[in-house]
Each structure stands twice: as C-alpha cells, then as structure tokens.
Design a binder for this molecule. Structure first.
Ligand code: ADP
Ligand code: MG
Length: 292
C-alpha cells in the first residue's frame, strides 16, 4: 500500500477504536482466511461467577467452598476470583492458606487448616494419582452447560466439583457471523476443557475447537494452522495468549486485556468487543482495494 493509503486506513481505524501498530499489519489483515479466538475474556466476558457446588460424600458445601476459596486466594486467575467472590457472597469465613503454588493452565494447591487442598482440572488431580471417576460425571454435566468445572481434592481424596459460568459477550454471535460472511473460518482456542469449549462454540456458531491447550502450546496450535496453508489472525486478551498473538500473521489484542497481550499484538481493539475484528478486516480490505 502507499504510505498515504496506509495513513488514511490507520486514521480511520483509530477513529473506530482500532489501533494498528504497523503498515504491515494493515496490509496483512486483508489476506486472513482464519481467525482464532481465545475463549475466556475474548468470546466470553471473562468475568465468571460461581454457580454450583457439588460435594463428595463426607464433605459439606460450605466446607468445600471455604477450603477451595482459601487455596485460590492468592491466584489471579478469573476462575479464582469467581470462587473467592462466591465464598464471600455466602458469608463464609475463609481461612488463610500456606504453601500456595499454581500450576499454569491446570489449577492451584495450598495447605489450609493443615489439609492439602488441590484445585483445578481433572488432569491436575489425575497427575498426582487422585481418581476422579465419581466427580467426572458431575463435571461433564456442568461442561455440557458451558460452565467450567473446578475439581477439588482434600488430603488426596476427591472432595467436590464447583462450577463457574462466564457469559458470552453481547456482540460475539453477531461478530462471528460477520466473519463467516466475509469468508473467514473461525476457531476457538482455549485451555478450558473440551466439553465446555464445545458448548460455548455452539452458542456462538464456531465449528472448530482446540481445547485443553496448555498456555505454552497455544503458539504451536497457531503454527499448525499456518502449516495447513492458512493465514491466521489470533484474537486474545491474556498473558497466556501473548506468544500465540506474536506467532499469528496478525495478532489482535482485546483492549481490556493484559498489557502483555497488547504489547505482543499488531492491532489493539479498544472497545474490547469482537466486532472490532470485523471492522479491522473490512478496513484492511478497503485500504488494499484503494491502492490496487
Ligand atoms: P484459558 O485458555 O481459558 O484462559 P487457562 O489456560 O488459564 O484458560 O486455564 C486452563 C484451565 O485450567 C482452566 O479452564 C481451569 O480448568 C484450569 N485452571 C487454571 N487456573 C485455575 C485456578 N486458579 N483455579 C481453578 N482452575 C484453574
Ligand atoms: Mg483469555
């Protein structure tokens, strides 16, 4: 593109709340054929709330919730916030935890009231040899509803499953439909479990789902799509998303997301909504048409 058309395109973008870092980003966006969407905080609002507490035999709801909330107190994960808020709303006194440790993309562990509390995915519990069969059926029903199940073990015994639900952003459905009309394929990429991701994907009309992807593997999934011959845009908000944003042909950061994601991105969508992706691609196409 000519410097002038790029300047005009970049200026129009800024007016629409789309910050384009380089001429190259504006030029490449018109070639995209695939848009990969992070789930939490990108397709969904990223403000999950606690909806259910299911307990294993021998545990009460309040007991499980206060132990889990205590273990999650030092985690910055949105799921942790949902749990600690849920405990607060129920008026529970949450004890202090010690020995907090987080396992990226899987969960947390801590000692609470002298008990070893492990909280997160079924895989996290299975990794240390805790059988989750009894909890898995419950977890699956939560997932089928698009909720994220959080499994808990206490002193090596399964203790319960919490469910946390996030809402799809107002305009996600519309924006994804518009991307499809523009001829782009969409994919949801998430660390969340496959069933939950599939339920959210169905709600917003996305047909391809890459789930249970650990943070360090998100960029690999982008590379794999590029190896299929695709030109890939990646939209994300989290610290975890930064390498994938950098790997994508065009990385688009949600403006309400983390600074790390914004720094790794080529384009920042100030409004925080997915319709910005549609606008950015339309703008790029219009800019490139003008100079051909
Ligand atoms: P996403 O890609 O959706 O942002 P993450 O990679 O951060 O997800 O986490 C993947 C999964 O690991 C979560 O869906 C959750 O099941 C589990 N997990 C991660 N951190 C926590 C936590 N602090 N408490 C409970 N579960 C967690
Ligand atoms: Mg996210």
């Amino acid at each position: 593109a000519t410097p002038l058309s790029v300047m005009v395109g970049t200026g129009k973008g800024a007016q629409a709340g789309i910050l384009i870092r380089s001429a190259e980003a504006l030029e490449t966006a018109h070639k995209l054929d695939t848009v990969v969407l992070d789930k939490t905080g990108t397709v969904t609002a990223g403000r999950p709330v606690l909806t259910d507490v299911h307990t294993a035999d021998g545990f009460s709801e309040d007991e499980v919730l206060r132990l889990v909330a205590a273990a999650e107190a030092d985690s910055e994960h949105p799921l942790a916030t949902a749990v600690t808020e849920g405990a607060r709303e129920r008026g529970l006194a949450v004890p202090a935890a010690s020995g907090f440790d987080s396992v990226t993309g899987k969960g947390v562990q801590a000692t609470v009231d002298g008990r070893a509390v492990l909280v997160g995915t079924a895989r996290l519990l299975a990794d240390v040899g805790i059988g989750t069969a009894d909890l898995t059926a419950i977890a699956d029903t939560f997932s089928a509803q698009g909720k994220t199940p959080i499994l808990a073990a206490v002193d090596g015994r399964p203790a319960g499953v919490l469910a946390v639900a996030d809402t799809v952003k107002d305009d996600s459905v519309q924006a994804i439909a518009a991307l499809h009309r523009l001829g782009l394929a969409t994919v949801i990429l998430t660390g969340d479990n496959a069933r939950t991701a599939a339920a959210i994907a169905a709600q917003v009309g996305v047909r391809r789902v890459l789930a249970e992807v650990l943070p360090e593997h998100k960029a690999d999934e982008i590379r794999r799509l590029q190896d299929e011959g695709r030109t890939v845009g990646m939209v994300g908000d989290g610290i975890n998303d930064a390498p994938a944003l950098a790997q994508a042909d065009v990385g688009l950061a949600i403006g309400t997301g983390t600074d790390v994601a914004i720094e790794a991105a080529d384009i920042t969508l100030i409004s925080g909504s997915l319709s910005g992706v549609v606008t950015a691609i339309r703008l790029s196409r219009a800019t490139m048409r003008n100079i051909k």
